[in-house]
Design a protein around this ligand. Structure first.
Ligand code: CO
Ligand code: CO
Ligand code: CO
Length: 317
């Protein structure tokens, strides 16, 4: 795509960050993002909540405050009852209300495959915007939600996930990244991105690509849903996982041998995943405790930023 030459465009296509950022004046920039998805759980109301939390997340990842949103709806009106759409939009609206975001409009089309999401507009101070770049040697890396939503939702589609597994991923995916975003800004975040379609390692690679730093990941510290490993071993893995792995494998070194089940968790495409936060090393433990105190109980320090090797990820025990 041709790049736009505009001094007020702070984050555009060339950086491929979580959202676009455009400066209005020295104190104010707008953040714009859009995300829509196909159903990932059976319950339409829950799906609406997940889609909204997922769409808002890119604003939170950039340290912004979402203000307004618009519904994006593709609906198979020929073979689904309109009440299903009503429930989806009620779920989305409830999440927006929790986030104190105003629904200001939207657009719908008929489509054989149901999709729902939102375009979201937020604001941020231009000097306080957080991007995926900026991680520094010595930083701790914190992940705020467990991995495995793609694997477990594949198991749901295959009819093998129990109620408990469904409830666990639904609770995680409907949780806003709002509080984690506010707390990371208080703690002096260096860089952040949210974990979505490229999986943990895909997004971690995006943080350090062409940068003067690398990342060490500690496998034992990574939080994932208890049943994700078993489902991964049964081959219940989303189609995108293998593509994610092939795309980034040349940036990753194994100092500790891991099996295919763990690889699949590390590259599992997440919906409404957690934030991956790079925070000054000496504040890492205190920040983690603060996340736990505030109910973000699955947050964990999963690794650190290192000076060498640059632009690469090392897997450690
Ligand atoms: Co994102
Ligand atoms: Co997005
Ligand atoms: Co119009």
């Amino acid at each position: 795509m041709p790049l736009v030459d505009d001094p007020n465009l702070l984050v555009g296509l060339e950086r491929g960050d979580d959202a676009g950022v455009y400066k209005l004046n020295d104190d104010l920039a707008i953040i714009q993002t859009i995300d829509f998805i196909t159903p990932i759980v059976d319950d339409p109301y829950t799906f609406g909540q997940i889609a909204a939390a997922n769409a808002l997340s890119d604003v939170y990842a950039m340290g912004g405050k979402p203000l307004t949103a618009m519904n994006v709806v593709c609906f198979p009106i020929q073979n689904q009852d309109i009440s299903v759409l009503g429930e989806i939009m009620r779920g989305g609206w409830e999440k927006l209300r929790e986030a104190e975001v105003a629904l200001v409009g939207g657009h719908s089309i008929e489509d054989p495959e149901l999709k729902y999401g939102l375009s979201v507009t937020g604001v941020v101070h231009p000097a306080k915007m957080v991007t995926k770049e900026g991680a520094k040697t010595g930083d701790k890396l914190i992940l705020t939600k467990p991995l495995g939503t793609g694997i477990v939702s594949t198991a749901i589609k295959g009819g093998v996930a129990g109620e408990e597994a469904v409830a666990q991923i639904a609770a995680s995916m409907t949780t806003l990244n709002k509080l984690a975003s506010e707390l990371m800004q208080e703690a002096g975040v260096h860089a952040c991105t949210d974990i979505t379609g490229f999986g943990l390692l895909g997004h971690a690679c995006g943080m350090i690509e062409d940068s003067p730093v690398g990342i060490e990941i500690h496998i034992a510290a990574i939080p994932f849903f208890p049943e994700a490993k078993g489902f991964a071993r049964m081959g219940l893995v989303p189609g995108g996982t293998q593509r994610n792995r092939e795309f980034r494998l040349n940036m990753i070194e194994q100092a500790y041998e891991i099996g295919d089940d763990i690889w699949n968790i590390l590259f599992d495409p997440q919906t409404s995943g957690g934030l991956l936060i790079s925070i000054p090393g000496h504040r890492g433990e205190e920040f983690l405790q603060n996340l736990h105190r505030n109910g973000i109980k699955d947050a964990a320090i999963i690794g650190e930023v290192v000076g060498e090797p640059k632009g690469r990820i090392i897997i450690r025990e």
